[in-house]
Design a protein around this ligand. Sequence first.
Ligand code: NAG
Ligand code: NAG
Ligand code: NAG
Ligand code: NAG
Ligand code: NAG
Ligand code: ZN
Length: 276
Amino acid sequence: MAPTFKILSAAAIITLAAACAKHDNHQSNFQKRQVLTPGGRDEKDWAYPESYDWGSINSNYSLCQMGTQQAPIPLALDQGLSQRHRPDFVGFPSNVTGNFYNWGYGPAYTIAHEDGRFNTLPSMTFDNKTVYLRGWHIHAPADHTVGGVRSRAELHYVMVDSAGHEAAVLALRLDPGQTPSPFFSELPKPLLGFNETDQIMNQTLNPRLPLEAVDFFSEFWTYQGSLTSPPCTEGIRWFLARTILFISHEQMQALLLVSQFSARAEQQVWLHQINA
Ligand SMILES: *[C@@H]1O[C@H](CO)[C@@H](O)[C@H](O)[C@H]1NC(C)=O
Ligand SMILES: *[C@@H]1O[C@H](CO)[C@@H](O)[C@H](O)[C@H]1NC(C)=O
Ligand SMILES: *[C@@H]1O[C@H](CO)[C@@H](O)[C@H](O)[C@H]1NC(C)=O
Ligand SMILES: *[C@@H]1O[C@H](CO)[C@@H](O)[C@H](O)[C@H]1NC(C)=O
Ligand SMILES: *[C@@H]1O[C@H](CO)[C@@H](O)[C@H](O)[C@H]1NC(C)=O
Ligand SMILES: [Zn+2]
């Protein structure tokens, strides 16, 4: 899950871009802006390779060290799969517009919506609650292991409540396979590099495609977790699809080329209530 400030700074970039002239470039409106405020990547006082020590960097990060529901945690089939908290995607359209960018570690996307109107975003329900898809980003390698096996990458659909606070994350493991993923085929080529965080592209895409590839989370693990980066805020429900989303070898190579290491060390299972 992306750090909150990074999402905010991406939002700032997007606001600037929305105000600037469009330049047609291939099928999308390519917008290149030198943003004066730091993109977020250089602002942070923490790094993924040192994720064991985040709690000691800054007093605001104490949950990273002493939280009881820190994410990610190792999962396995012998824990069973969840029969509860089942997500329902009736409110998911097949077309959204938004901004494609690189969050400094890999591809990312924020769906366009009116300021503060989060309840106009694609919606998902679970436990009689409705949450909204604000955007997605990709980590490489995957944050979650299953049975000790770590996928090449992991796609996070960040779901917020109607006030815009992170409430849930849908996590999909990505691995190379024989067939190109239609979802990845929709993304700009080439993908924006990890060092191109000042660029964004206006992009239409189908947010149902990754869900179709994992049978709309028909089988999943779920637990009570946290942001996987400082300040490691808790109260976030994680859903990890059992099915892996396969993309072609070429798509995986293109993805890894624009990615930087962004997996937090796995946390010990404590009060996560896996599948409960
Ligand atoms: C993005 O593209 C859509 C559809 O082409 C258009 O309606 C929208 O105004 C564009 N947004 C920006 C910020 O250029
Ligand atoms: C902790 O967060 C508060 C509120 O965002 C901020 O004012 C303060 O400077 C932060 N503390 C440190 C050590 O960064
Ligand atoms: C989604 O939008 C694109 C670009 O505007 C369009 O080409 C495509 O037909 C749309 N797809 C659906 C299912 O509406
Ligand atoms: C959802 O609402 C129904 C009807 O009010 C209720 O019976 C059910 O227990 C609720 N489920 C949860 C998980 O809160
Ligand atoms: C940015 O990264 C790409 C690879 O993703 C590389 O080809 C390019 O040279 C880099 N640009 C700069 C300015 O470092
Ligand atoms: Zn993430």
